[in-house]
Write a protein that binds this ligand. Structure first.
Ligand SMILES: [Zn+2]
Length: 313
């Protein structure tokens, strides 16, 4: 029995990515045609699913045009993802033998951690392919190479290589220096009323991750941050994020909220946060947000396992 209690959803290294073998096109072609290979279809960022609860369907290799190589499963069998976005939803579902297309975040609560991680990986990689069809340097068409982990410009005088795009974002719990420790949470525009969550934001060009934590907290709340410590990271392929979680210590306590991006921010003691959590979800069930908040609530240093021990809500 694998121990996945400590893992964040969409992560876990369940597949051997076999990065050293991706250049071997002959090996990849043979693997793709093997009857043991699993081919996971996607339609415009959505999983093609059947059944109740809905489970992502898999295909046979003859539908494998343009498949990308995800890796080898525990039995050494190939796992690929294929994109049916070029057709209408009904046609894609019919071809895949699926009932319908659903977003991964809608079905993740009933998937195993391994299936959730694999589905996120396939979704993210195919999303990049659809958005990197042309070279950003010269505008020529690009081709998929190395099992879909690079694209290369077809213009011979350019030939630029393109790598899957990942957009890093920092997410942080910020606590007071003074006892009793309190945590800074914010209510964002667009979230439901009274829903408080951790602060987060994209890393900008020319910043370290620690710089990004300090800038985001300052921009959103006016709070100055001293110490910043890394906690954990989470693949967030919606569409191409990487969430990098930190624990930060505030050196000031007076909050100033812009009222635009953030509607409100406030300090919570552990007791106040525990009371809040009775009636309100702490972050998305599949997110590092929830785990960071639960870890702070528990007063620990290591990331708290999800209470259910799985991705289920
Ligand atoms: Zn080019």
């Amino acid at each position: 029995m694998e121990n996945y209690r400590g893992l964040l959803t969409y992560t876990g290294g369940w597949l051997d990515r076999a990065g050293g073998r991706r250049a071997d096109a002959k090996w990849l072609a043979e693997l793709l045609n093997s009857p043991d290979t699993t081919l996971i279809p996607f339609w415009r960022d959505q999983c093609l699913v059947s059944g109740d609860p809905p489970v992502p369907v898999t295909l046979q290799a003859e539908r494998a045009d343009g498949a990308v190589f995800l890796g080898l499963d525990a039995d050494g069998h190939g796992v690929f993802a294929t994109d049916l976005s070029g057709m209408e939803a009904d046609r894609a579902a019919e071809l895949a033998g699926a009932d319908r297309a659903l977003d991964l975040r809608v079905i993740v609560g009933t998937l195993s951690p391994a299936d959730a991680a694999t589905a996120g990986y396939g979704r993210g990689l195919l999303h990049w392919h659809r958005n990197q069809r042309f070279c950003g340097s010269c505008g020529a068409v690009t081709d998929s190479v190395r099992g879909g982990h690079q694209r290369v410009c077809t213009n011979e005088t350019c030939g630029r290589l393109h790598f899957p795009k990942i957009e890093p974002a920092v997410i942080m719990t910020v606590q007071t220096e003074r006892e009793p420790k309190r945590i800074l949470l914010a209510r964002h525009r667009g979230s439901s009323a009274d829903r408080y969550s951790a602060l987060a934001g994209f890393v900008e060009v020319g910043e370290s991750l620690e710089d990004a934590v300090r800038r985001e907290v300052d921009e959103e709340t006016g709070i100055q941050v001293g110490e910043v410590r890394y906690v954990a990271s989470q693949a967030w392929p919606f569409p191409s994020g990487l969430m990098i979680g930190f624990r930060a210590t505030a050196s000031t306590e007076d909050i100033t909220v812009d009222g635009e991006e953030l509607l409100d921010a406030r300090w919570f003691t552990r007791l106040e946060l525990a009371r809040y959590a009775v009636d309100n979800p702490l972050g998305r069930p599949d997110s590092i947000d929830r785990r960071l908040l639960r870890t702070w609530l528990a007063g620990g240093d290591d990331l708290e396992p999800d209470a259910t021990g799985s991705t289920k809500t």
